[in-house]
Design a protein around this ligand. Structure first.
Ligand code: NAD
Length: 288
């Protein structure tokens, strides 16, 4: 297929390269000259205008920083510029309301469109092992699936437009809460004189079993290898977790969902991110 890819940053760069590897012809656009040069090296055709990049394509994929940018790119350069019948996929993490609004506008103009945010970081984007959670009609999902499979290991239809973003922010709110809980339990065990490795061995096989403890142990030298063993470098940045928590709180407010722990986790990450936004989110253990 001929596909336009807009937003070739940390995530989008590797994703576009994987589309090329899968045999697609990729028209790439980004505001950054450096990102365009890398895309060229990876076999993409590059453009200096988004509206030109979407001319004559069968699909458009976007991987952009936030909802405001997604809305402006679709309204100014994709909708009514991409050929009639093209399928549109926004893989950015954005607010549910903007995702629904952009999809409604695209559908009104005759396009099939999905929101398809991802789980998995830069390594998964480069390796083609992302998980996509997809919102949209059955028809839009089926068309998008073919493109997404070239960039991921799992493609799941979450529901109607916006359901992908909903799944993403609910998952990440749960992750933030369980990460903070894990750091509190491990630190408390240590302060009470229990060897943290013993605590890991016991709790990871007991009812305290959870992803941060079992698969991403946040204390250096304890449990499985994780960013904690690398000075909390790499992994999933605190600033990105905070972005997702803020989106979650905005969405919770819009439907009056009670999220006391989500709210508290947001406050903890807000304070921690002021000086530590670049560290992996498990570094929140340092606040204890
Ligand atoms: P990034 O900042 O590295 O990349 C964004 C790219 O978009 C940049 O290259 C930038 O130049 C480009 N851009 C900005 N405005 C543009 C415009 N108007 N037109 C064209 N290009 C434009 O960000 P990233 O880490 O690649 O993240 C992208 C999205 O993926 C975000 O929504 C983020 O929340 C989500 N995400 C990131 C990760 C991660 O680990 N980095 C994981 C999951 C989801």
């Amino acid at each position: 297929m001929k596909i336009a890819f807009i937003g070739l940053g940390n995530m989008g760069g590797g994703m576009a390269a994987n589309l090329v590897k899968a045999g697609h012809e990729v028209n790439a656009f980004d505001l950054s000259e450096e990102a365009l040069a890398t895309a060229r090296d990876n076999g993409c055709a590059t453009f200096t205008d988004a509206a030109e990049a979407v001319e004559g394509v069968e699909g458009v994929v976007t991987m952009l920083p936030n909802g405001g940018i997604v809305k402006s790119v679709y309204e100014a350069s994709v909708i009514s510029h991409a050929p009639e019948g093209a399928v549109l996929l926004d893989c950015s993490t954005i607010d549910v309301a903007t995702a629904k609004d952009v999809i409604a506008k695209a559908e009104a103009a005759g396009y099939d469109m999905v929101d398809a945010p991802v789980s998995g970081g830069i390594a998964a984007a480069n390796g083609g092992t992302l998980t996509f959670m997809v919102g949209g009609t059955d028809k839009a999902f089926k068309r998008a699936e073919e493109i997404l499979q070239a960039m991921g290991k799992a493609v799941i239809h979450a529901g109607d437009a916006g359901a992908g973003q909903t799944a993403k922010i609910c998952n990440n709110m749960l992750l933030a809460i369980t990460m903070i809980g894990t750091t509190e339990a491990m630190t408390m065990a240590e302060k009470l004189g229990l060897d943290p490795q013993k605590f890991y061995e016991i709790s990871s096989q007991s009812s305290g079993y959870c992803w941060p403890l079992n698969a991403y142990t946040p204390m250096p030298g304890v449990g499985v290898e994780s960013p904690a063993d690398n000075g909390y470098a790499g992994g999933f940045a605190t600033a990105l977790m905070l972005k997702d928590l803020r989106l979650a709180m905005e969405a919770a407010g819009s439907v009056n969902a009670k999220t006391a722990l989500g709210q508290h986790a947001t406050e903890i990450y807000e304070a921690f991110a002021e000086k530590n936004g670049g560290l992996d989110f498990s570094a929140v253990i340092k606040t204890l």
